[in-house]
Design a protein around this ligand. Structure first.
Ligand code: HEC
Length: 111
């Protein structure tokens, strides 16, 4: 193993560790407001909907959860918690771009 490769390996591993440690994403407050997420959800107590902490817990080890939830936020999907599914973006406050859905789900899963 040459020195260059080795130092890269060390630096990259350190980067991954740092990224892994900084789990809690900043709240995308404007989006959360615009989509009224907190009308039904809270961070830590189940209300009309499961709390974001419950959701993060449930999907922590589920592969593709990020992708599945982004899709669900934008286009709907079947209920996973009870009988009531989430309303679609149009009924929550406006259309939701793929990028914004990504930001929101990343934040929810970091709770
Ligand atoms: C009108 C009430 C309401 C609003 C507003 C709402 N939710 Fe939900 N949400 C629910 C309900 C009810 C469920 C449980 C649905 C189910 O059983 O899958 C849910 C489930 C979820 C889930 C888990 C979905 C799954 O498949 O397990 C995520 C993630 C989520 N909401 C994120 C959000 C985000 C982010 C926002 C804001 C963009 C939001 N919700 C706005 C009611 C709401």
């Amino acid at each position: 193993m040459n020195a260059l490769f080795r130092s890269c390996l060390v630096a990259c591993t350190a980067l991954v560790l740092v990224a892994g440690a900084a789990r809690a994403e900043p709240e995308p407050a404007a989006l959360v407001d615009q989509q009224h997420c907190m009308f039904c959800h809270t961070r830590d107590a189940p209300f009309l909907a499961p709390s974001f902490q419950q959701i993060a817990e449930r999907y922590r080890n589920v592969p593709n959860a990020q992708f599945m939830l982004e899709h669900k936020l934008r286009l709907g999907g079947k209920a996973h918690w009870g009988d009531m599914a989430m309303p679609l973006p149009g009924d929550r406050g406006g259309p939701l771009s793929a990028e914004d859905a990504h930001t929101l789900v990343q934040w929810v899963l970091s709770q």
